[in-house]
Design a protein around this ligand. Structure first.
Ligand code: NAP
Length: 348
């Protein structure tokens, strides 16, 4: 008997995207007809409801091929399950290909799947889209990186690059709640106003128009800088290395400059790490899904009560669905939106 098949849309990236600033010609939406997979143990077959658009997207070009599916995080409904942790009909946050349906089969991806339990305390008071941002992978990254390697102390000063992005908004608020002085940078006056007037940032400058060294030197003042939360990975690090106080920390978490194909030189003053006994540490969220229960226990009430704020831009169904994803992703990298960007691709 012929296997059941499904016809659906999927987005492919062209290999010319590698190392480039993404543009529409790097993507193609194709319609495919594929068999509904026979699941091996632990595998899932899901319907994707919405995609979280993150600056970092994954693709793996098979040898000799110039096109690859794009992988990002989605909120998905489990249609078929061979995994007792994620039964049929459950709602999951999962790394999926940008397609209407996904077969989650590799152990590398399965390890990142998280059950979205809407019966948890306060969960009914937050919107589902929050699980893409403040309560999702970006939020977990901000919260856990600060706990694990931030070593935040009241009275210290932290500087957050890309402060108006999803991570930056939460990092600033969490640091403020710990009693730090919080400095940020963002790309527009509207974003600066939001950060200072709504989120409690103490000082924010426009990194596009200001001289970074001058602006940051003035912002940190006599107290100096204790922590740099780096979401950009550009030449700002060289400035920061000069401004950090002894035993300061750099948390290397994002590489927004690289996502846009920007080439950056390594800092010439790394000697500061030795002389000032600085800590320069990277953080990746991969492999930290076990932190989710503690993260939600702390963040769900704060988000539900409005004590932690966030902004989001949602491309609703009817505004393009899957076809809208590439251009929305490109706009995101350009700084068109403020906060978490997601795209609804299907109704239940
Ligand atoms: N280490 C990990 O495990 C992990 C996990 C999640 C995310 N990340 C990374 O963290 C970074 C931030 O992610 P996010 O989710 O917060 O992003 P986001 O919410 O999508 O924010 C994007 C914002 O970044 C700003 N931006 C873009 N290019 C920039 C540049 N070259 N310099 C400064 N700002 C720039 C733009 O705002 P402006 O208008 O202000 O320019 C844009 O609106 C990304 O690199 C992401 O891949 C890392």
């Amino acid at each position: 008997m012929a296997p059941n098949t499904l016809t659906f849309k999927r987005i492919l990236a062209n290999s010319s995207i590698l190392g480039a600033n993404p543009e529409p010609s790097h993507f193609r939406v194709v319609t495919v007809t594929e068999p509904i997979p026979e699941l091996k143990p632990n595998e899932l077959f899901v319907k994707n409801l919405s995609f979280s658009l993150d600056p970092y997207i994954r693709y793996e070009f098979a040898k000799g091929q110039t096109e690859s599916p794009v992988i990002g995080f989605g909120l998905s409904r489990v249609l078929e399950s061979a995994n007792p942790s994620f039964p049929k009909d459950s709602l999951i946050l999962a790394p999926v290909d940008w397609a209407e349906y996904s077969h989650i089969s590799s152990s590398e991806l399965l390890i990142e799947v998280v059950l979205v339990d809407r019966t948890l305390p306060y969960a009914d008071k937050v919107s589902l889209s929050a699980y893409h941002g403040v309560l999702g992978v970006p939020g977990l990254t901000a919260w856990h990186s600060l706990r694990k390697i931030g070593d935040l102390k009241a009275g210290e000063t932290i500087y957050v690059s890309s402060a108006a992005g999803t991570l930056g908004q939460l990092v600033g608020q969490l640091a403020k709640r710990k009693g730090l002085r919080v400095i940020g940078s963002a790309g527009s006056q509207a974003k600066i106003d939001y950060l200072t007037k709504e989120l409690g940032y103490d000082y924010v400058f426009n990194y596009k128009t200001a001289d970074k060294r001058q602006a940051l030197t003035e912002a940190v003042g006599d107290k100096g800088l204790d922590i740099y939360y780096d979401l950009v990975g550009d030449d700002t690090t060289e400035v920061v290395l000069d401004l950090l106080n002894p035993r300061g920390r750099i948390l290397a978490v994002g590489i927004l400059a690289e996502h846009q194909g920007q080439k950056t030189e390594p800092p010439k003053n790394l000697i500061n790490i030795l002389f000032k006994q600085l800590r320069y540490e990277g953080y990746v969220i991969f492999g930290n899904a076990q932190e989710v229960p503690a993260f939600w226990e702390e963040l769900l009430p704060l988000v539900a009560n409005g004590d932690i704020k966030y902004t989001e831009h949602i491309v609703k169904l009817g505004q393009g669905g899957l076809e809208a994803v590439p251009q929305t992703y490109i706009n995101l990298l350009k700084g068109v939106y403020q906060g978490k960007v997601s795209v609804d691709v299907a109704s239940e």
